[in-house]
Ligand binder design. Structure first.
Ligand code: BF8
Ligand code: SF4
Length: 696
């Protein structure tokens, strides 16, 4: 049943359309390809050619592989390799950003500049780089080179780990968990998990923790910082999301993948009057750029470019028949796009020497001639416009507000001169805000698209838990309307009052998956602001990855745990076969680093467990217990109701958003939600808006 595949009406419409066309997608392939139950649970070892060894049956935990490796070793090795894979992917992205910064500083990357000098100074500051009396390019060069040194330095420790609390740094040092160099930690995990090296599950998992920290407090953090330096630190802006952002009468170009270097150039090229004129000459009304996956988040956060969807939307975008070019770089790109795009007029354009796909056109992206490359790709799309066949764009597009950064949150809570997290901390201490939840990560074709993500976001804010989102989870929340300005109505009264006072929404889009490092920075500041303990493991906070799919997600979950956070993943556990490894990653890690990594496929139980963890931390901090009835309804409910009543009467009226979060000029949105009525319901949240007793 398509309804079991997604809660997104745009996806459902496209799945029915695909069925009519006789075209399969990841959604249908997931039905045809059952997961291997042995590998899924972490009970298969294929590290050497005496295997694969599969430890199955009731006595699996007493069995060994041919070399004698037991189930804990096999499960831990596989998990550690997943962490290393994820760290390698994120951090290689970070390396590319640092390479670009160096090229910019040397004047070798036409089209790029240091856009955010303030951020450059801040990053130079925490890397210990002198700034006084030096030019921007001199500082940028040293920042770039110092960032690159973190990957392969022979001695020392990854410098960005110094941004953690003093307590956390000391803990890591005592446990030998401080990453030394990013590449070294990846290499060491691969070495230790080679046949016949580290054969102690606990020790293997420790190396996975250290490796993950090289991502969260290393490669990913550097990636975020350097992206901010080059493209600007995000601040709030309005846009729209979902497949309905594709335009029937324009040249549609979808950028998909992860790195902002190419996509930022594509933004400029798509706005070039000369190219727009060329598109018009081909009969199109203009050039429309949209994004998929994390590259969408990168250009949404900084340029307001609308995301067409998350991971499971990539094939659906091509299926619309309206995409002239799908331009990809690295990560989360399905090979299925190759044959699929050949059934339509869509040109699939690969751009990274690291990532080619059979059936794609390869236009290699070279930062020394980035503007030309972007223009070449836009021209390729324009030339392809006349080749369009039938177009089927589902008419779903939700308004959203994105663009929150650690810097902006500081500013919102005190202005330039008294920026702080004091108001938020005070709200948590008083119990207006019960706690914080990060809802992050992927889509996974094995579970209903967006369901767990959206239900969790909805349930958290109704229970006064403030939510931050990144990656495909952010896009899922946005598609369901939870990043729209009006969503305050669905928040519990305490949370709502605080968010209104600070002037931020209850669900904050913090960016792409590398920007999970922003969450580490936010949590660290909340911990050091005062009143909520001294470190991340003291905070009433929890991290959730409800629809995790790839190794990067595993790396992220592990670095959050190593940073002291309780983390709950959905879908299923990749180490389920071993009770020993499961115990090590839960109670074992909690004893070691204060955080842990749990797996729970049922989102209701994820929610229960999250609230239990948040309330336990509140109790440990001796804060008043959370009471949903403590705070009454605040200010704007009647006001928003009046706006909605007005819009209902004046169909198609342009809005400027709410007074708290004005939508930017030109970002007004129609209120048509396509066939089938409103694509989202806020009912759950609205039910809870008055608070009392919904826990029972
Ligand atoms: O880095 S959330 S499916 S797009 S891995 Fe991929 Fe997962 Fe999406 Fe972004 Ni992140
Ligand atoms: Fe089997 Fe050991 Fe080889 Fe793994 S390393 S495949 S358990 S023999």
């Amino acid at each position: 049943m398509p309804e079991e595949k997604s809660i997104d009406p745009a996806a459902l419409e496209m799945l029915r359309y695909a069925e009519g066309c006789g075209i399969g997608t990841a959604f249908t392939r997931a039905d045809e390809m059952k997961p291997c139950p042995i590998g899924e649970a972490g009970a298969c070892c294929r590290i050497c050619s005496m295997g694969p060894c599969r430890l199955v049956g009731k006595d699996a935990e007493d069995k060994t592989g041919i070399c004698g490796a037991d189930l804990p070793t096999i499960a831990a090795r596989h998990f550690a390799r997943q962490v290393a894979g994820g760290v390698a992917a994120h951090s290689d992205h970070g390396r590319d950003m640092a390479m670009t910064l160096v090229a910019v500083a040397r004047g070798e990357a036409a089209g790029y500049v240091v856009k955010d000098e303030q951020k450059l100074m801040a990053v130079a500051g925490y890397l210990g780089i002198a700034t006084a009396g030096r030019s921007v390019n001199e500082i940028a060069l040293e920042v770039g080179e110092t960032a690159l040194a973190q990957f392969g330095q022979p001695f020392g420790e990854v410098a960005t780990t110094r941004r953690a609390t003093a307590k956390r740094q000391a803990l890591w040092k005592n446990l030998s968990l401080t990453p030394r160099a990013i590449d070294r930690e990846v290499t060491e995990v691969m070495h230790r998990t080679h046949e016949g090296v580290d054969l102690d599950a606990e020790n293997i998992l420790k190396s996975a923790l250290r490796c993950s920290l090289a991502d969260g407090w290393g490669g990913a953090m550097l990636s975020t910082d350097i992206s901010d330096i080059l493209f600007g630190t995000p601040s709030p802006l309005a846009s729209e999301v979902n497949l309905g952002v594709l335009k029937a009468d324009q040249v549609n170009i979808v950028v998909h993948g992860h790195e902002p270097t190419l996509s930022a150039m594509m933004v400029e090229a798509s706005r070039d009057p000369e190219l727009i004129a060329e598109a018009r000459a081909r009969g199109a009304a203009g050039i429309n750029l949209a994004g998929i996956c994390c590259t969408a988040n990168e250009i949404l956060m900084r340029f307001g470019i609308p995301p067409a969807g998350n991971f499971l939307h990539q094939e659906l975008a091509v299926l619309t028949g309206a995409v002239e070019a799908m331009v990809v770089d690295v990560q989360c790109i399905m090979q299925a796009l190759g044959p699929l795009s050949q059934r339509f007029h869509t040109k699939l354009v690969t751009t990274s020497p690291k990532a080619k796909i059979p059936g794609a056109v390869h236009v290699e992206f070279d930062e020394q001639r980035a503007p030309e490359t972007a223009r070449e790709i836009v021209r390729l799309a324009i030339d392809n416009y006349p080749n369009r066949g039938p177009v089927h764009i589902p008419d779903y597009h939700e308004p959203l507000v994105a663009g929150f950064s650690h810097e902006y949150l500081n500013y919102m809570q005190g202005g330039f001169h008294r920026s702080s997290f004091r108001p938020l901390n005070d709200a948590v201490i008083a119990g207006r805000v019960r706690g914080l939840a990060a809802v992050v990560g992927c889509n996974n074709a094995r579970v209903t698209q967006d369901l767990a993500i959206v239900e969790l976001i909805k349930s958290f804010i109704a229970r006064d838990v403030m939510v931050v989102v990144t990656g495909c989870a952010a896009t899922a929340g946005a598609k369901a309307g939870y990043l729209s300005p009006e969503i305050l109505d669905s928040a519990g009264p305490g949370l709502r009052e605080v968010m209104e006072a600070i002037g931020i929404p209850p669900v904050l889009h913090l960016g792409s998956c590398v920007d999970n490092s922003r969450i580490l920075t936010v949590l660290t500041q909340v911990a050091t602001e005062g009143g909520l303990g001294e470190d991340i493991d003291d905070l009433p906070a929890v991290g959730l990855c409800p629809e995790w799919m790839c190794e990067k997600a595993i790396a992220i979950g592990t670095y959050f745990a190593a940073s002291g956070a309780h983390v709950i993943f959905g879908v299923g556990s990749p180490v389920r076969a071993s009770s020993v490894v499961t115990g090590l990653m839960t109670s074992g890690w909690e004893r070691l680093v204060g955080g842990d990594l749990e797996f729970e496929p049922d989102w209701n139980r994820m929610l229960e467990r999250s609230l239990e963890l948040i309330d336990a931390k509140r109790a440990a901090l001796k804060l008043p217990p959370y009471d949903p009835a403590q705070f009454g309804d605040s200010g704007d409910t009647p006001y928003f109701a009046a706006i909605r009543a007005y819009l209902a009467e004046h169909d198609g009226a342009e809005t400027v958003g709410s007074p708290a979060y004005p939508l930017g000029e030109g970002a007004g949105h129609g209120h048509t939600h396509g066939p089938g009525g409103s694509p989202h319901t806020h009912d759950g949240g609205a039910d809870h808006a008055h608070g009392a007793g919904q826990e029972a």
